[in-house]
Design a protein. Structure first.
Length: 536
C-alpha cells in the first residue's frame, strides 16, 4: 500500500543535505525567522504572565528581507534535430524523452505513419472534434524512434532493423512499434534501478483498448485485486477506452508490451513516469481534466503494472488568466542532486493560441509549488522557426562547458493552426550550470539558512553580483551566535560572476564548525543573484 503522505512529513532541523547543495527553487532551506518581545533591559518577555506589564519592544531574529525567488529564462540553440533528419514530420509537436545514459545522450521520440498524418488532416483533428465526439482516429500506427549523440549536438539514427516502415524497409530507427489501432500521443522512457535486468527500461504511452479489455480491467479492479476504480467519462471512446499502457526493455531498444493497461485515462500528450528512489514507488505525471480544464495529474504505485486514479497537482489557479490551461508537464530532477524535483509545464494561452513554458518545484515529488509566473521559455520572434509553439521535453541533463538543458520542440505556427507536414524542429533550452533559479536581491537583502548538518569543511557559492554589489556570509552556531572568526566582518566580500566561488574569512576557507555538527549560514546581499550553496 503506497502512503498518501509525503515521506518528508514532519521533518525538522537540522536538515541533512544529501547532495551537499542548496538550490533556491523554493524556500525549503531559507529560515523564516522568529519573533519575540523584550523589556527595556533586553530581557525576553513571556507570552503569558501575571506579573506587572512592562514596556515591551519588538525583537525579531533572522527575518529574511529584500530577497525574492526568480526563475531564469533559458537560452536557446539553433535546431539540432529536424524532420528530415529524424524521418518524423510531426517532430515539432511532440518531441520525446532524453536520457544521459552510459556517457551518451539517448533520445526516444514519437513517430507516426504518413497515412495517419493524412487522416488527421482530413478528419480535422487539429480542431479537437475527435475528442468532443469521444472517438479516436482509426487506422493509426504510431511508434517510438531512437537517436543518440555523444555531445548533444550531432545525432546518429541507428539502423535497428526491428520494424518495417512506411516504405516496406527495416533499415530504420524504429525501436518500439505500438501497432495499428486507435493510438495517439507520445510516451516517455525511464530507467528503473529497482528492476530486473530485462525490465531496466520502462515506457508508458497512450493507447485505445477494446471493449473486451476494458471489461476485463473493470472486472479485475471491481473485485479489489488492484487500485481503486473510477473510470472518467473522458476516457471512454467508441469501441473501447483510452488507456495508459506500458512496455519493458533490457536496453531501451528491444521492447515487450505489457498485457494489461496500467490505467484507464485519456492523456493525449507527453506522459512522464519515473522510479522514485526515496519513496520506492513509480510516480507518473500525466494529463487530466478538472472542471473541464486540462490539468497536470499525478498517480503513484509500488507495482508498475497497476496505477491508481490520478490526483490533480496543477490546475489553473486564480493567478492565471481564465483562458490559460496547463497542457503538459515535463517533470524531471536536477542532474547532480536528485532530491530536487522540477517540472517545466507548458501553459497554453487560448486567447493567442500560444505556448509558454513555466517552472514548478517540489522537495518530495509529492508537494508542488509554482515558481513566480514568469516564463522560462517563450516562442521566438515573428519569422523564426519556433515563433508559434515551444514545447518542453523530458529530461534536464548536464551538457558540455558547464551547461544544463532540456530539449524543446518548436514550430512556426500557433498550436491549432492548420498546417501540412513536415514542420518544426528540436533545439536545446539551456542554462549555465545550476542557474535555473536565482535568489535575488535587487538592492540590499538578508536571510539565514535553516539549521543544517555540516557536510564539509568548506563552502562555495554560485552567484552573480553587480560591481557595486556583494555577498557576505556569516557562520552561526546552534545557539544562534556567530562563530568566532567567521562573522560578516571577517568575511571576504564576493563580487563578480562565479559558478563555484570559495567562501573565505580573512583568507581562510574553513567554516570553523566540525562535520556533522549543526550550523546556520547568514547571508548579506547587495545587487546580487545567488543560485546555489555547496559544502565542499
Amino acid at each position: 500500500m503506497v502512503s498518501r503522505i509525503s515521506h518528508l512529513h514532519g521533518s525538522i532541523p537540522p536538515f541533512d543535505l544529501k547532495s551537499k547543495v542548496i538550490y533556491f527553487h523554493d524556500w525549503r532551506y531559507v529560515f523564516q525567522g522568529e519573533v519575540g518581545w523584550i523589556d527595556d533591559h533586553g530581557n525576553r518577555l513571556p507570552l503569558m504572565s501575571f506579573a506587572d506589564h512592562k514596556p515591551s519592544f519588538f525583537k525579531p531574529r533572522d527575518i529574511p528581507w529584500g530577497i525574492e525567488i526568480v526563475p531564469v529564462e533559458a537560452k536557446k540553440t539553433e535546431p539540432v534535430l529536424s524532420p528530415d533528419q529524424t524521418y518524423e514530420p510531426f517532430l515539432g509537436v511532440f518531441g520525446g524523452t532524453l536520457l544521459k545514459d552510459g556517457g551518451k545522450y539517448r533520445f526516444w521520440y514519437f513517430g507516426r505513419t504518413k497515412d495517419s498524418v493524412q487522416k488527421d488532416l482530413i478528419d480535422g483533428m487539429t480542431t479537437g472534434d475527435w475528442m468532443t465526439s469521444q472517438d479516436a482516429p482509426i487506422d493509426e500506427r504510431s511508434y517510438t524512434r531512437y537517436a543518440e549523440s555523444d555531445d548533444g549536438m550531432n545525432w546518429k539514427f541507428p539502423k535497428l532493423g526491428l520494424y518495417e516502415d512506411d516504405n516496406g524497409s527495416y533499415d530504420n530507427n524504429i525501436a518500439f512499434d505500438r501497432g495499428w489501432g486507435k493510438i495517439y500521443g507520445p510516451g516517455s522512457v525511464f530507467i528503473d534501478p529497482s528492476a530486473k535486468s530485462d525490465q531496466r527500461y520502462k515506457t508508458i504511452y497512450m493507447d485505445v483498448i477494446s471493449e473486451d479489455v476494458l471489461k476485463s480491467y473493470i472486472d479485475k479492479r471491481s473485485q479489489g485485486s488492484g487500485p481503486d476504480l473510477n473510470v472518467s467519462e473522458w476516457a471512454i471512446a467508441q469501441g473501447g477506452a483510452f488507456a495508459m499502457c506500458g512496455a519493458v526493455s533490457p536496453d531501451g531498444i528491444s521492447w515487450t508490451k505489457l498485457t494489461d493497461p496500467l490505467l484507464i485515462q485519456m492523456t493525449d500528450t507527453t506522459l512522464v513516469c519515473e522510479y522514485d528512489p526515496y519513496r520506492k514507488t513509480y510516480v507518473a505525471y500525466i494529463r487530466d481534466w478538472f472542471f473541464n480544464r486540462r490539468t497536470v495529474g499525478r498517480t503513484e504505485t509500488d507495482d508498475f503494472n497497476t496505477f491508481p486514479q490520478v490526483e490533480e497537482i496543477l490546475w489553473p489557479d486564480p493567478r492565471m488568466k481564465p483562458y490559460e490551461i496547463w497542457y503538459s508537464n515535463a517533470k524531471t530532477r536536477m542532474p547532480d542532486a536528485d532530491e530536487y524535483n522540477l517540472m517545466f509545464p507548458v501553459c497554453w494561452d487560448l486567447y493567442r493560441d500560444r505556448f509558454t513554458v513555466r517552472m514548478a518545484s517540489s522537495p518530495d515529488n509529492f508537494t508542488w509549488n509554482l515558481l513566480p509566473q514568469k516564463p522560462i521559455l517563450e516562442p521566438g520572434s515573428s519569422g523564426e522557426w519556433d515563433s508559434g509553439v515551444v514545447f518542453s521535453n523530458q529530461n534536464l541533463v548536464e551538457l558540455p562547458n558547464n551547461k544544463v538543458g532540456i530539449l524543446y520542440s518548436g514550430t512556426p505556427f500557433p498550436h491549432k493552426y492548420p498546417r501540412n507536414p513536415s514542420f518544426g524542429a528540436v533545439a536545446w533550452a539551456y542554462w549555465e550550470k545550476g542557474r535555473l533559479v536565482a535568489l535575488r536581491s535587487e538592492e540590499r537583502g538578508f536571510f539565514s539558512t535553516e539549521l543544517l548538518l555540516v557536510k564539509g569543511r568548506n563552502l562555495s557559492i554560485n552567484c552573480k553580483t553587480l560591481l557595486t554589489g556583494y555577498i557576505k556570509i556569516e557562520v552561526v552556531d546552534l545557539k544562534g551566535e556567530p562563530v568566532k572568526g567567521r562573522t560578516f566582518d571577517d568575511c571576504d566580500p564576493i563580487i563578480g560572476d562565479y559558478l563555484n566561488k570559495s567562501v573565505t574569512w580573512n583568507g581562510n576557507s574553513d567554516i570553523g564548525v566540525s562535520t556533522n555538527q549543526s550550523v546556520r549560514f547568514r547571508f548579506k546581499m547587495l545587487s546580487a543573484d545567488l543560485y546555489d550553496v555547496r559544502f565542499l
